[in-house]
Design a protein around this ligand. Structure first.
Ligand SMILES: Cc1cc2nc3c(=O)[nH]c(=O)nc-3n(C[C@H](O)[C@H](O)[C@H](O)COP(=O)(O)O)c2cc1C
Length: 213
C-alpha cells in the first residue's frame, strides 16, 4: 500500500511556547477555528478513549459540541458502551488529528454528566430527525437488522407526530475537565514540536513543558 511508505515533509512552521495562549483550553478552541478555516472535514471530531469496568481501553469518534472555561462538551447515550465505561471510570483521553495542518492535540481528563438542564437545552437545539433517531436507538445494543432499526425510527416518529420530542433521560452531555493537553506540530526531519500543559487538578495553575518528539 503506497500510502504506508509515504514520508510527508511537515515543513518549517514552528510551534513555539510564545505562540501559545497561557490557557490551553482557549488554545485548543483557536486551533479548532483554524482547522475549520483551513477546510478540515469535521474539524470538531475527536477520538474519545475510555476504560471499561474490566480495565480495557475502548475508543470511538464523537463530536465536540462546546468549549467553555471549564472544559469540553459532547453528547451521547449514557447507557452506551462508552456511557457504561464512564459510569465506572470517568478518566478519558481525547485525540484531535488535523493531519492536513500537521497538527494533533491530545487531552487527558475526567468526564462527568452535565446538569439535566444543559442536556435539555442541547437536545432541543438538535434537528428533529436527530432527536427522533436518538429516541429510537438503544445505542450500542444489538438489533436484528436494518429494517428493524428503521421500523423503530418510524414508530418513534409516529409516537411524537408533530409534537416536541422530549430528551430521553438516558441521553445527554458530558463535560471533560482536562488535566493534561498536548499540542503537537509536525516539523521537518521529524523534529516535531510538542508542548504540554499539565495541572494537578482544575483549580491548580497550568505548567508548560516542551517534550522531545
Ligand atoms: C464523525 C463521527 C462523529 C460521531 N459523533 C458522535 C457523537 O457526537 N455522539 C455519539 O454518541 N456518537 C457519535 N459517533 C458514533 C460513535 O463513534 C460510536 O459509534 C457510538 O457513539 C457508539 O459508541 P460506543 O458503543 O463505544 O458507546 C460519531 C461517529 C463519527 C464517525
Amino acid at each position: 500500500m503506497e500510502s504506508l511508505n509515504r514520508h510527508t515533509d511537515y515543513g518549517q512552521t514552528a510551534l513555539d511556547e510564545s505562540h501559545l495562549s497561557g490557557d490551553p483550553i482557549a488554545q485548543l478552541a483557536d486551533w479548532l477555528v483554524e482547522a475549520e478555516q483551513a477546510g478540515v472535514y469535521e474539524p470538531n471530531a475527536f477520538v474519545l478513549g475510555t476504560i471499561d469496568a474490566d480495565g480495557k481501553p475502548t475508543a470511538r469518534t464523537v463530536l465536540l459540541k462546546g468549549v467553555s472555561a471549564e472544559g469540553f462538551f459532547f453528547a451521547t447515550n449514557y447507557l452506551s458502551r462508552k456511557g457504561q465505561a464512564l459510569a465506572v471510570n470517568p478518566a478519558v483521553t481525547m485525540v484531535f488529528g488535523w493531519y492536513s495542518q500537521h497538527r494533533q492535540v491530545v487531552v487527558e481528563g475526567q468526564a462527568h454528566q452535565v446538569p439535566d438542564a444543559e442536556s435539555d437545552a442541547y437536545f432541543a437545539s438538535r434537528p428533529r430527525d436527530s432527536q427522533i433517531a436518538t429516541a429510537a436507538s438503544a445505542q450500542s445494543q444489538s438489533i436484528q437488522d436494518r429494517a428493524a432499526l428503521e421500523a423503530e425510527f418510524e414508530q418513534t416518529a409516529a409516537r411524537f407526530l408533530a409534537g416536541e420530542v422530549p430528551r430521553p433521560e438516558h441521553w445527554g452531555g458530558y463535560r471533560i475537565v482536562p488535566t493534561r493537553i498536548e499540542f503537537w506540530k509536525g516539523r521537518s526531519n521529524r523534529l516535531h514540536d510538542r508542548i504540554v500543559f499539565e495541572r494537578a487538578s482544575a483549580d491548580q495553575p497550568w505548567q508548560v513543558t516542551r517534550l522531545q518528539p
